[in-house]
Design a protein around this ligand. Structure first.
Ligand code: ADP
Ligand code: ZN
Ligand code: MG
Length: 486
C-alpha cells in the first residue's frame, strides 16, 4: 500500500435544457448566430429586473432530488461580485447561503464495488457568454449569457483519475435520463473543474490544486492522474504542493500553473435584491417528484432481473433512456427479449449508423420492431427476410407486415408450392440427388440450400427437408443434417 492517499472533488456545471434563459425571455440555444439571443436583462443594462424561469428552477430541484439532496424550502439567489466581459453587469446571480440542494449522494459501481460520493451542494446560477480570441482582438458572443447553469459540487470522495472519469460518465447518463442536460462536454454544455490533493495516508486532505479547461472525461482522467503523480513526487522529495489553479494542456499532456490561490476569493456575496427567495411549496415539490424517472443504475439492476441479457447488452440498452424505453416497449408488445436486444445491438444499430439517424428519429418504432420480431418468432418469415424487411422499413417508412405482403416475402408452407421448388432443384442437380440417394448428409444440405436460393429464402426449410427425403428416399437420419438449412 502506498504511503500516500489522494483526494478528488469535482465541480460540475451543466447547462439546463430550457427554452429560454434563466432571468429573461431570450432563447437559450447553442449554435445560433452570435448576439441574436440577447436583451437588456441578459446584457446587464442598468435598471432592468430579472424574473426567474420556472422551468430552470424545476430542473434544478429535479437534479438535487435525484442526487438525494435535502431540498431548500426557500432557495435564495445571491450576487457574486466580479466583472467579466462576457457577463457585463459586474456580478453573477448565483446561490450561496441557501442553494437548491445540499448533502446529497450518488452511488456508482467502480471496478465491481459500490462507491458512494457525497454531494456538497447543488446550486443554480446564470452562465457567462463566450469570448473568442482571434489574433489581436477578442470577440464577444452574449447568446450564452444568462442561460441557466447548474453547479454540482462533490465532496473529495474520489481517489483516482479513472474513478473521476467513470463518475462523470455515470453523471452524464443521469442528467440525460432526467432530460435536464445533453451532457455534451465538447460543446461545453457539461463542464468540469477537478480538485485534487495528495497527503500521507491517514493525515487527511492535502494542499489542493484545481484543474480547469477539461472538456472531456478522458482529459479529466489524464489530468488527475498526472497531478497525483506530480504531487506524490513532490512530497516524496520533501517538497510542498503549491495551492493553485492549473490548466490542462491537451497538446502536451500535462498541467500548467495558471494562478496561485493562497486565500479564498472574496466575492462579497449578498442576496439579490431584485429576486425574492423561491419557495418550494408542496405542489411544486409534487411536480418535481412527478418528473423523477427510474435512474440509470436502478434501471440497469431491474432490467438485469427482468430479462436475461448479457452485461454488454445491458450496458448498451441502458446507456440511453430512449433506448431502454424503446427496448422495454418492444418486449411488452410481444417480441422476444433476447432477440430484441441482439437486433438493437446489431442490425438496427448498423442501419442507424449508416443513415446517420437516432433511434427516436428513425422510421423504426417499438410497434414496428415488435411486429417484425413476432413474425420471425412465429416462423412466418425467414431470418434473412426479416433483415431485408428492416432495410425496406428504413427506406420506405412502412410497417413490416405491409412490406412482407407487398414483396411477397411470406414463408411458403404450402406442400404443393414447395414441391415445385424441390423437384426443380432435383432436376437441376442430378449429382447431388444421386449422392443423397447414396446417403450423403452434406448433399442434402446443399439441395436445401438450392431450394432456399431459388425460393428467395421463402420455402419452409423443414418442409423442404421432408420432401427431399421422400422424393429421394434418403437413408440420411434427421439428426445428421439438422443444421443444414440456413
Ligand atoms: P474553494 O473554497 O477553493 O472553492 P471548496 O471547499 O469550496 O474549495 O471545494 C471545492 C471543491 O474542491 C469541492 O469539490 C471539494 O470537494 C474539493 N476539495 C476541497 N478541498 C480539497 C482537497 N484538499 N483535496 C481535494 N479536493 C478538495
Ligand atoms: Zn435576454
Ligand atoms: Mg468553493
Amino acid at each position: 500500500m502506498s504511503a500516500y492517499q489522494s483526494f478528488i472533488g469535482l465541480e460540475i456545471h451543466i447547462q439546463l435544457l430550457t427554452k429560454t434563459k434563466i432571468f429573461c425571455g431570450c432563447r437559450s440555444a447553442f449554435g445560433d448566430e452570435p448576439n441574436t439571443n440577447v436583451c437588456p436583462v441578459c446584457m446587464g443594462y442598468p435598471g432592468v429586473l430579472p424574473a426567474l424561469n420556472k422551468e430552470a428552477i424545476a430542473k434544478a430541484y429535479l437534479v438535487a432530488r435525484a442526487l438525494d439532496c435535502s431540498l431548500a424550502a426557500a432557495a435564495v439567489f445571491e450576487r457574486k461580485n466580479y466583472f467579466y466581459p462576457d457577463l457585463p453587469k459586474n456580478y453573477q446571480i448565483s446561490q450561496f447561503a441557501s442553494p437548491v440542494g445540499r448533502n446529497g449522494r450518488i452511488a456508482l459501481e467502480l471496478s465491481g464495488k459500490v462507491k458512494r460520493v457525497r454531494i456538497h451542494d447543488v446550486h443554480l446560477e446564470e452562465d457567462a457568454g463566450k469570448m473568442i480570441h482571434a489574433g489581436d482582438v477578442s470577440l464577444l458572443d452574449y447568446n450564452r449569457t444568462g442561460t441557466p447553469l447548474l453547479e454540482i459540487v462533490t465532496e473529495p470522495d474520489l481517489e483516482l483519475g479513472e474513478e473521476a472519469e467513470q463518475f462523470l460518465q455515470h453523471f452524464r447518463r443521469l442528467v440525460r435520463y432526467l432530460g435536464v442536460c445533453d451532457g455534451n462536454m465538447e460543446e461545453g454544455s457539461m463542464r468540469c473543474d477537478a480538485n485534487v490533493s495528495v497527503n500521507l495516508a491517514g493525515k487527511g486532505l492535502g494542499s489542493k490544486v484545481e484543474i480547469k479547461n477539461l472538456n472531456s472525461s478522458r482529459f479529466v482522467k489524464k489530468a488527475l492522474t498526472y497531478e497525483i503523480a506530480r504531487h506524490t513526487e513532490l512530497l516524496e522529495a520533501g517538497g510542498k504542493v503549491l495551492q493553485e489553479t492549473r490548466l490542462w494542456n491537451e497538446n502536451r499532456d500535462l498541467t500548467e500553473g495558471m494562478r496561485s490561490k493562497e486565500q479564498a476569493d472574496d466575492y462579497r456575496y449578498f442576496p439579490e435584491p431584485d429576486l425574492p427567495p423561491f419557495t418550494a411549496d408542496p405542489s411544486f415539490l409534487a411536480e418535481v417528484e412527478g418528473a423523477l424517472v427510474e435512474l440509470p443504475a436502478a434501471r440497469r439492476a431491474r432490467m438485469a432481473r427482468d430479462y436475461s441479457l448479457s452485461d454488454a447488452q445491458l450496458d448498451f440498452i441502458t446507456e440511453e433512456k430512449e433506448r431502454a424505453d424503446f427496448y422495454e416497449r418492444t418486449v411488452a408488445l410481444g417480441a422476444d427479449p433476447l432477440t430484441t436486444a441482439s437486433w438493437l445491438g446489431s442490425d438496427v444499430k448498423k442501419l442507424l449508423n449508416r443513415e446517420g439517424l437516432e433511434l427516436a428519429k428513425s422510421p423504426l418504432t417499438p410497434e414496428r420492431l415488435a411486429e417484425l420480431l413476432v413474425l420471425l418468432g412465429e416462423n412466418r418469415i425467414h431470418g434473412k427476410i426479416a433483415k431485408q424487411a428492416l432495410e425496406v422499413l428504413f427506406a420506405e417508412d412502412k410497417d413490416p407486415a405491409q412490406i412482407i405482403r407487398e414483396q411477397g416475402w411470406e414463408r411458403i408452407d404450402d406442400a404443393g408450392d414447395v414441391a415445385g421448388f424441390v423437384d426443380a432443384a432435383i432436376t437441376a442437380n442430378p449429382q447431388a440427388a444421386a449422392a443423397i440417394r447414396g446417403g450423403d448428409p452434406k448433399a442434402i444440405g446443399f439441395l436445401v440450400g438450392q431450394v432456399m436460393k431459388t425460393s428467395s429464402g421463402r420455402a419452409d426449410p423443414q418442409l423442404v427437408h421432408q420432401l427431399l427425403r421422400e422424393r429421394l428416399q434418403s437413408r440420411v437420419t434427421e439428426d445428421s443434417d439438422a443444421n443444414a438449412s440456413d
